[in-house]
Design a binder for this molecule. Structure first.
Ligand code: C2E
Ligand code: CA
Ligand code: CA
Length: 655
């Protein structure tokens, strides 16, 4: 309520009070006068009347003042609250002003710290915002950018492109993202990924354009590099680096495609015979050069329509688009003729031979896998026939494969059915005829037939069963020695054959230790027979293993000596106790002058190297005499005894 109103109300109350009081005086006096004329009574009534009026006005005054004070209090409270609210509002206003400033700082900081260029233009295309990253990208200070348009900052061509982009944004009011190549102020062509969109006011009207742009020049470079690398990688992964010919992966892909084409063709798998020996004798570099020369011969023999690949190692694959077998035969003969001439590598003449397996699509095989299998089987046949030849696939080979599978199945059962048994063949001193040891030779009695080890051992090796079979041989061999030693009928060693696959099996050394412990046999009672080929397969590993065996106390002999190739060079590195001259050098030695020289030389060499020497397969007195004349240490052969079953050997030892 304002002041004038308050005064009015106060004045009105006073008038009412004055009027009521005057009226009261006159009326009450008149009433008293009408009631009595007695002066004393009038005085008393006047007093009462006075008291009554005072009391009444006191009551009225009380209510009025209490109402007045209540209103006053309310007003005070309200005004206090109002003042407080007012203060808070003031505070808020002050604070929000600070916040606004801060908010602006935050936005500016964010915009300028972004790794992306951020900018905004008005509808005339003039820049109204340009963050630090954007400035760095075009290498200009802010003052040279704000208020300027693209024409002033970029080349004519680039500014036209940018303008077109802006137009598109303004036309549809949508956000657009695009890659643009732009030459920056310092003359460098860069690629940017630019996102542009409209700036809208409260009424949704476009008042400008915002943009976010990222320099993707490096990323683009990297992408291009990746693409190029992918091509390079494709070439590398499809190429044999030694010969520069397509590799196995490549020819496999071609074969798969050709099978889909369904046109007849021939696949030839071509493999160098004994390439390993070349590698081992002259080194891998030399071997690689030879492979490269061979690849040149292949290219020369087969015309450009043939697909020639190096499958890895010394194996090549050739696809010839033809259904004419005669044509293939002519080509293969030409190839083998070419191979018959020596290759001159590092001034050395190298003679090599090769074996090939050939199969035809679709007659022999209908898929890539089948083609490989058929050509492989044919090649296996070529090798089996004595190498240096080619062989066409024949359905008969499949039967061989089935027979092979049957043998493997039966051989697996043989171990459990106790069909395997050890025979023993004595080794004798030719001067005294005394038994100086024996070789354990495995026998397989299958359905009353005796299957010779020459047949089943290679199959056991190929199928991996040799490890299990070998363990059986070791166990029963060790047990036998232990028994004969305890009986006192044998004071020498038993020789046990160890195949390459067995020797290089990860567990071989531990298995030997276990069997020694299980049987109570001592390592020094056992001679392990290793072939040259097991050493040749992986010389480093084999040499290491042989030294470990030697360390355990085993004796080691080199079996079939002379049939391998690089034996002499290995002899000095191997811990060999005994050499066993192969039967092929001994048989009919009196009539084989070359064999005589070999045997004499080997005996001489062994003596020089302090290695024991034994001749195998001695059958006749003549053979024995020649060997004795040349100071052989021991003899193994039918001349003294054939391999005998356990009981018979025991009897022989007891004699
Ligand atoms: P090898 O280790 O060279 O064994 C000698 C082979 O020559 C034996 O053939 C033996 O019976 C035979 N032999 C010995 N003296 C004469 C002889 O005067 N004249 C003739 N013609 N032959 C003689 P066998 O027992 O048939 O064994 C053949 C091959 O099978 C062995 O040749 C050996 O390589 C392998 N073999 C035998 N038993 C085992 C074995 O337990 N483990 C392994 N890994 N291979 C074994
Ligand atoms: Ca042997
Ligand atoms: Ca032998």
């Amino acid at each position: 309520m304002n002041d004038s109103k308050n005064l009015k109300h106060a004045f009105l109350i006073s008038i009412i009070y004055f009027t009521v009081s005057v009226l009261w005086i006159f009326l009450s006096d008149a009433a008293v006068a009408s009631l009595t004329n007695d002066a004393d009574t009038i005085t008393i009534l006047q007093t009462y009347k006075g008291w009554f009026f005072v009391s009444l006005t006191a009551v009225v005054l009380f209510f009025l003042s209490s109402k007045f004070f209540q209103d006053m209090h309310l007003q005070c409270v309200q005004s206090l609250e109002q003042t407080q609210a007012c203060n808070i509002a003031k505070e808020i206003a002050k604070a929000s002003q600070i916040e606004l400033v801060r908010y602006e700082i935050i936005l500016t900081t964010l915009v300028n710290s972004s790794p992306n260029a951020i900018f905004a233009k008005d509808l005339d295309g003039k820049y109204i915002l340009f963050n630090d990253t954007a400035l760095k990208m075009i290498n200009l200070p802010l003052k040279d950018v704000l208020g300027k348009s693209d024409e002033m900052l970029f080349s004519h061509q680039d500014s036209l492109k940018l303008k077109e982009d802006d137009k598109a944004v303004i036309a549809d009011g949508k956000i657009h993202t695009k890659e643009e190549e732009i030459v920056t102020n310092d003359g460098i062509r860069k690629t940017f990924l630019i996102t542009k969109g409209p700036l809208l006011d409260k009424e949704d009207k476009t008042f400008g354009i915002f943009g976010i742009s990222r320099d993707i020049t490096d990323q683009k470079k990297y992408e291009r590099y990746l693409l190029e690398s992918k091509d390079k990688f494709y070439n590398l992964s499809h190429m044999n680096l030694v010969t520069n010919l397509p590799n196995r992966l490549h020819i496999s892909e071609v074969l798969t495609e050709k099978c889909l084409e369904n046109l007849p063709f021939y696949l030839i798998l071509f493999d160098l015979d004994e390439f390993k020996i070349v590698n081992d004798s002259y080194g891998h570099r030399f071997g690689d050069k030879l492979l490269f020369e061979v690849s040149k011969v292949l290219k020369k023999v087969f015309d450009s329509t043939a697909f020639i690949a190096c499958m890895g190692g010394d194996e090549f694959g050739i696809i010839i688009n033809s259904s004419n077998k005669e044509e293939i035969i002519v080509l293969m003969q030409k190839l083998h003729d070419n191979l018959n001439k020596p290759f001159k590598i590092d001034l050395i003449d190298v003679y090599i031979t090769a074996s090939s397996g050939i199969c035809s699509y679709p007659d022999d095989a209908k898929s890539m896998e089948e083609l490989y299998q058929a050509a492989d089987t044919a090649m296996y046949n070529a090798k089996k026939m004595g190498k240096n030849r080619f062989s066409f696939y024949n359905a008969e080979f499949k039967k061989d494969a089935i027979a092979y599978t049957q043998i493997v199945t039966n051989l697996k059962q043989a171990i459990n059915n106790s069909e395997l048994e050890l025979y023993f063949q004595s080794q004798n001193n030719p001067l005294t005829s005394k038994i100086i040891g024996a070789e354990a030779l495995l026998r397989w009695k299958y359905q009353d037939k005796m299957i010779p080890p020459d047949v089943f051992i290679p199959i056991a090796e190929k199928s991996g069963l040799i490890v299990e079979i070998g363990n059986f041989v070791l166990k029963s061999g060790f047990k036998t020695v232990k028994k004969w030693r305890e009986l006192g009928i044998l004071n020498s060693k038993i020789a046990i054959n160890v195949s390459a696959r067995q020797l290089t099996h990860l567990d071989f050394i531990n298995t030997l230790k276990d069997i020694l412990e299980e049987t109570g046999c001592e390592a020094s009672w056992i001679e392990l027979e290793i072939t040259e080929s097991s050493v040749l397969e992986n010389p480093k590993l084999a040499i290491n293993l042989l030294w470990q065996l030697k360390g355990l106390g085993f004796h080691i002999s080199m079996d079939d000596f002379g049939t391998g190739y690089s034996s002499l060079s290995y002899l000095k590195n191997l811990p060999i106790d005994k050499l066993k001259i192969d039967k092929s050098f001994v048989t009919n030695i009196r009539n084989e002058p070359k064999n005589q020289i070999i045997v004499k030389t080997v005996i001489f060499l062994a003596r020089e190297l302090n290695i024991q020497i034994l001749a195998e397969g001695v059958e006749t007195q003549d053979e024995l005499d020649f060997l004795v004349e040349n100071k052989i240490d021991s003899i193994q052969g039918y001349y003294y005894s054939k391999p005998l079953p356990f009981d018979e050997m025991e009897k022989l030892l007891q004699k």
